[in-house]
Design a protein around this ligand. Sequence first.
Ligand code: FAD
Length: 362
Amino acid sequence: MSTDNTTFPPGATETTTTDVLIVGAGPVGLFAAFQAGVLGLKCELIDVLDRAGGQCTELYPEKPIYDIPAVPGCLAQDLVDRLLEQCAPFAFPMHFSQRAESVSEVLPAHGKGHSRLLVTTDTNKRFDVAAVLVCAGVGAFAPQRVSLPEAPALEDRHVHYAVRDVSRFAGKRVIVAGGGDSALDWALALRKVAARVTLLHRREGFRAADGTVAAMHAAVAAGEMDFVIGMLGALKTAGDGNDAALTEIEVRSRDGVQTLPADELVALYGLVSEPGPIAQWDMDMRAGRILVDTTTYESSRRGIFAAGDIAYYHNKQKLILSGFHEAALALRKAYHYAFPEKSLVHVHTSNNAALKEKLTHA
Ligand code: FAD
């Protein structure tokens, strides 16, 4: 499966034409991609995060899951890896770090043919599609931000919520704040390029894998990095406006206030989910979720379907297996929008020679 993290300069656009756009590359979006391939639909996926997996990867990668049919037990991340493997033969493009922002209907020229949908992302990428399958889960994940008033002005310059380019931190005094796997992993990785890394966490205990915590303590004992217990109190800067540079971080703890010299702050406090722009897509919603017709999983807006946690109907169960079923049925209806002149003939993967070849020789 090809991936890209393209970000376009403001105002620039690129339009991709395909059959179906899948919004959200969580477990349901990934299975939907496989189903699209089986049905002969072309599709592309987008996710606001920089990787696939949704809640499984972001919230509980090492938790076992026992209720996936024919998988007696596997870790959540293993399930995501298997789903990626399953849809890989179709090589559908996945676009990460792209949030679906708006959708508009494109009427057919001269009133002939069928209308299509145009989805725009926050990086001005556009998708011209016959149908949209929204698998956006609990909404768009966003980093939990530093709540200090001075933080927004420093964002992306000296205050970071992700590490996209390690070399950016070379020779810098870096504070990594947080107590989860990401914070510890990045503190350990950045210590190899930074002038000094300090891990800042509000307590002694961590929400990270035992091996990672042990590696961090070993690195501290070896003098390769520092660990400070406390809460961010204030960010001190030098310079004005857009030139303001971070110089120190004030840390508050039970022992009082201390200042740490700092050029960069990487705050990895985890993710929060936001309803995001899909809530404004003019569909009937219930409690922030998309109301669907359970025969097709189509929303109240023609051509826009929903599957997985974002879909709402009576007795909906927020389980991965429910999302798989919903996506499979949604794509069958989407097929008619992509190929209105064709009828969808039900085939099993095993008796479609071309499909069998693709799936067995991937
Ligand atoms: P998600 O996994 O939430 O993925 C949605 C994706 O859409 C995200 O990656 C998000 O970034 C992206 N997105 C959202 N909005 C946009 C946008 N506007 N543009 C681009 N991308 C967007 N279920 C089980 O079946 N078995 C279990 O054992 C189980 N255990 C669980 C344990 C925990 C701790 C939790 C929190 C959940 C558990 N679940 C379990 C529930 C299961 O994780 C969800 O049902 C499942 O993740 C839903 O998948 P999804 O693809 O619909 O959504």
